[in-house]
Design a protein around this ligand. Structure first.
Ligand code: GLA
Length: 726
C-alpha cells in the first residue's frame, strides 16, 4: 500500500478500480531496441514518462520503421486473485503496429510481426492485446514490470488509445462456446484452455412466441485441447439458446442461433419463366441473354419473333448476335421439358438504354475480398448454372478488386496478375453460356485494395476491357482522393469529372458496358449520376453482415432516394450479404439472422437495387437459394416500371415501404425493426398507408394469398406482400 501511495505521488498514473481491475495510463519510454530492456531489474528511472492514451508522435517522438520500448511499473493487489485461478489478464489495448511483451522478465506474448520475422512485417495496429499471465509470474501487492517492445511501420506509433488494464480473467478468457453450421446441421462446440467442468443447458424456443419447445441440461467436462461438441435441433422458425456455466468461475457463457427456415415453395417441374420481361441492348452491340426458365432439365428452348442477326442456342437457351435497327422486338420465349411447355412474352428493346431492370448477378468482394482468382470466379459461375441460379435471371459475374498485376505492360496496357491466367477465356466462356463479365477499377492511381488504378489510362483501359469482353465496370473512387482536393473544388462537376471521362470512353466501345459508380454517395451522387450516364451508383459506404450495417445502409440511407431510380439508372445500396461471406479466404455463414436475411432481400427487392450475390455460389445452401430464387420476390425487383419503393410509415420501430408495379399491384414490406415480435392487424396496417378497398393480399415469400387478420412479424423480420386494390 505504501508503494501504491508512493507511485501515485511520483505521478505514474495507475489506480485500482473497485478492486476488480488496475488501470495504468503511463509508462516509461525509450526509442531504440535493446534485449536488456525486457528484464525486470533494468533501471529505467531516467527514461521519460509517456501517456499510453496518445501515440508517441503526439508526444514528440517519430519512429518510422523502427522500435521503441515502454516499461510499465504497476502494483498488483492480491484482491485480483480469483479462487479457481490466480492468473491475471493483461489488457494493453491496441498498439501501433506490433508488440512483444514481457512480464517481470518473462515473455508472455506477441501480436503482429516485424521485418526481422521470417514471415516479414505485418501490422496489427487495431486489435487489443490481451495476454494471460501465469500466477507464478505475478508479485502480489508488489511492483511488477511490464516491458513492451513496439515496432512501428508507418507513422504514428506506439500505445495510442486507452490505459492498460490488469484484471481478473473471466471465463471467456479460457473457455469458448460456439454454434457452428456443419452439413446443414448446427452443433455447439465447447473449447477450453484449462480443465473445466460445468452445466450445459440447451433451450429450444419458437421465435415468434418465445415459447419453450424443449429444454435439456447435463454436466460436462472439457479437457484442454479436446473440444466437446453436440448437435442442436430446430425446426421451422425456432431458435436454440445454449449456455455453459462453469463450476469454478460460477460464470455463464451463452450462444444462440435461429433455424434457417425456408418459405419459398419449390419450383414446379414444368418450365417456368423467372427472368425480366425486357432486355435493352444498343444497336450493333452483342446481345448476351440467357433464357431464365426453372424446371426439370434437360430443357429445349425456342424463341418466336427473333430479329435478324440474333440466334438462339436451343440446348442452352442462350441468345447471341446483334441487331442493327433500333426498335422494340416482341418475342415469345419458349421452354419445353418432359413435363410440359411454357411460353413467356418478352420484349427485346434495341435502343440507347441498357439496364432496363436492375442488374442481377454476383460479385467477388463480399466473399473472397482480395483473394479472388479466376478459378474462384469460374467455380461460382459454374455453380450459378448448375445450382439453377441462372434460371432466375442472375447473369453478371463481376470480378472486384485484386485482379490487377503490379505493373502495366511496357506499352501502358493494364494486365492481370497470376491469379487470372486468361481473363479473355473466362469472358468467352461466360458469354457462350449467356452470362456476362464484370470488372473493377478506380479513377485514381490505386484501388481501395492498393492495386493499380486507371488514372491517365482511361482510354487504354476501356479498350482493353472491350477486348477481354467486359460487360460491367465498377469504378471505385478510392485512390482518386489523392488527386482530388475538396478544399479547392468541391462542386458536383469536380466529383463527376473522373466518371464523365471514363463514360465517354466506355461508350465508344462496340459493346454495352454497364457503368457502376462506386463513390459511396458523395455529393449526393443520385442527383447527378444519370448525367454521367451511369447505370447505377452506390449510395453508401460498404455493407457488412450485421444488423447495424443493414439497418443503416438499407433503411436509414435509402429514405427519399426513390425519385432518382428508374429504368437504365439505379440506386445501389451495395451487394448482398447472405450465404457464405468473409471478404477473404476464410468464409463464414452470414452473421445476419434468418429473419434479417429475409428483410435484406425483401428490402433490396423493394428498392429496385442491384442484386449482386456476395457469397460463394459453389457453397450455396438451400436456405440461401430460397432467399435468392423466389421468382415473385425477384419479379418486384425486376418490375419494368422501375419505381423504387418509398417509406410510407416509420412508427415505433415499424417501417412500411411500398412501390407501384406495372400490373397495377403494389408491393408492400412491413418491417419490424424492434427486438420483440410484432403483432400486426393486416387491414389496419395497410389502411395506415392509404391502402383501403383491398381485393387481394399475397404473401410473396410463401407465394400464397392470405386473408386479413392478425399476423406476427419476428424481431428484425418482414411481412412482404403484393396488394391489389379496387
Ligand atoms: C471499396 C468498395 C468495395 C470493394 C473494395 C475493393 O471498399 O466500396 O465494394 O470494391 O473497395 O477494394
Amino acid at each position: 500500500m505504501k508503494k501504491f501511495l508512493l507511485m501515485v505521488a511520483l505521478g505514474l498514473g495507475w489506480s485500482v478500480l473497485a478492486s476488480a481491475q488496475v488501470s495504468v495510463n503511463e509508462g516509461r519510454f525509450q526509442k531504440g531496441d535493446n534485449p536488456a530492456w525486457s528484464q525486470a531489474a533494468f533501471n529505467d528511472s531516467d527514461w521519460p514518462v509517456l501517456s499510453l492514451e496518445k501515440d508517441w508522435n503526439k508526444q514528440g517522438y517519430k519512429i518510422s520503421n523502427g522500435f521503441g520500448w515502454y516499461r510499465i511499473h504497476v502494483v498488483i493487489p492480491s484482491s485480483l486473485k480469483r479462487g479457481s485461478t490466480d492468473k491475471v489478464l493483461l489488457d494493453l489495448g491496441p498498439i501501433d503496429d506490433c508488440d512483444e511483451t514481457w512480464f517481470n522478465g518473462t515473455r508472455i506474448g506477441k501480436t503482429g510481426t516485424t521485418p526481422e520475422d521470417p514471415e516479414g512485417y505485418a501490422s496489427d495496429w487495431d486489435s487489443p492485446r490481451r495476454y494471460v499471465v501465469e500466477p507464478k509470474l505475478v508479485k502480489w501487492d508488489k511492483e511488477n514490470v511490464i516491458a513492451v517492445r513496439v515496432y512501428n511501420g508507418g507513422d504514428p506509433g506506439g500505445f495510442f488509445e486507452r490505459p492498460a488494464f490488469i484484471t481478473k480473467p473471466s471465463l471467456e478468457d479460457f473457455v469458448s462456446l460456439k454454434l457452428e453450421r456443419k452439413d446443414g446441421q448446427y452443433q455447439a462446440v465447447l473449447h477450453s484452455k484449462v480443465p473445466s467442468r460445468g452445466l450445459v443447458k440447451v433451450v429450444t424456443k419458437e421465435v415468434l412466441s418465445d415459447q419453450v419447445v424443449r429444454e435439456n441440461q447435463w454436466k460436462t467436462t472439457v479437457s484442454p485441447r479436446t473440444d466437446v461438441a453436440f448437435c442442436v435441433n430446430m425446426q421451422g422458425q425456432q431458435r436454440v439458446e445454449v449456455t455453459f456455466t462453469d463450476d469454478k468461475f460460477g460464470e455463464t457463457l451463452a450462444a444462440s442461433v435461429a433455424a434457417p427456415y425456408i418459405l419459398t415453395p419449390p419450383a414446379p417441374a414444368t418450365p417456368r419463366y423467372n427472368g425480366p420481361l425486357v432486355f435493352g441492348v444498343r444497336p450493333g452491340s452483342p446481345v448476351i441473354f440467357r433464357l431464365a426458365f426453372s424446371g426439370e432439365k434437360p430443357m429445349k428452348y425456342a424463341v418466336e419473333g427473333l430479329p435478324k442477326g440474333v440466334t438462339l442456342d436451343p440446348d442452352k437457351g442462350v441468345l447471341s448476335g446483334s441487331v442493327a435497327e433500333k426498335g422494340d422486338y416482341p418475342l415469345v420465349l419458349i421452354a419445353r421439358n418432359a413435363k410440359g411447355e411454357t411460353r413467356a412474352e418478352f420484349t427485346l428493346k434495341v435502343g440507347d438504354k441498357i439496364a432496363l431492370t436492375p442488374p442481377m448477378g454476383w460479385n467477388s468482394w463480399n466473399c473472397w475480398g482480395l483473394s479472388v482468382s479466376q478459378e474462384k470466379v469460374m467455380s461460382s459461375a459454374a455453380a450459378l448454372i448448375n445450382r439453377g441460379l441462372a434460371d432466375y435471371g442472375y447473369s453478371y459475374m463481376n470480378i472486384d478488386d485484386a485482379w490487377e498485376a503490379e505493373e502495366r505492360a511496357p506499352d501502358g496496357r493494364i494486365v492481370t496478375n497470376e491469379k487470372f491466367p486468361d481473363i479473355k477465356a473466362l469472358g468467352d466462356w461466360l458469354h457462350s453460356n449467356g452470362l456476362k463479365m464484370g470488372i473493377y477499377s478506380s479513377p485514381g492511381d490505386r484501388t481501395c485494395g492498393g492495386y493499380l488504378g486507371t488514372l491517365d489510362h482511361e482510354w487504354q483501359d476501356a479498350e482493353t476491357w472491350n477486348e477481354w469482353g467486359v460487360d460491367y465496370l465498377k469504378y471505385d473512387w478510392c485512390g482518386y482522393s489523392r488527386v482530388f482536393n475538396p478544399d479547392r473544388d468541391h462542386s458536383v462537376a469536380a466529383y463527376a469529372r473522373p466518371y464523365m471521362k471514363m463514360q465517354q470512353y466506355l461508350r465508344q466501345q462496340p459493346r454495352d458496358i454497364f457503368y457502376s459508380l462506386c463513390q459511396y454517395g458523395m455529393a449526393d451522387v443520385w442527383t447527378w449520376g444519370h448525367a454521367v450516364d451511369a447505370n447505377s451508383w452506390r449510395t453508401t459506404g460498404d455493407i457488412t453482415d450485421t444488423w447495424a450495417s443493414l439497418y443503416d445502409i438499407g433503411f436509414k440511407r435509402q429514405v427519399g432516394l426513390h425519385p432518382y431510380a428508374g429504368p437504365g439508372h439505379w440506386n445501389d445500396p451495395d451487394m448482398l450479404v447472405v450465404g457464405k461471406v468473409g471478404w477473404s479466404d476464410n468464409l463464414r455463414d452470414s452473421r445476419l439472422t434468418p429473419d434479417e436475411q429475409y428483410t435484406h432481400i425483401s428490402l433490396w427487392s423493394l428498392l429496385a437495387a442491384n442484386m449482386l450475390i456476395g457469397c460463394d455460389i459453389a457453397q450455396i445452401d438451400d436456405f440461401t437459394f430460397n432467399l435468392l430464387c423466389n421468382n415473385e420476390v425477384n419479379a418486384v425487383n425486376q418490375d419494368i416500371l422501375g419505381h423504387q419503393a418509398h417509406m410510407d410509415l416509420d412508427e415505433d420501430g415499424v417501417q412500411t415501404w411500398s412501390r407501384d408495379l406495372y400490373d397495377g399491384g403494389i408491393a408492400v414490406g412491413i418491417f419490424n425493426l424492434n427486438e420483440a415480435t410484432l403483432p400486426v392487424d393486416l387491414a389496419g396496417a395497410l389502411a395506415k398507408i392509404g391502402l383501403e378497398d383491398v381485393v387481394k393480399v399475397r404473401d410473396l415469400w410463401r407465394q400464397k394469398d392470405i386473408p386479413m387478420g392478425l399476423y406476427h412479424i419476428a424481431p428484425h423480420g418482414v411481412l412482404y406482400l403484393k396488394v391489389t386494390v379496387k
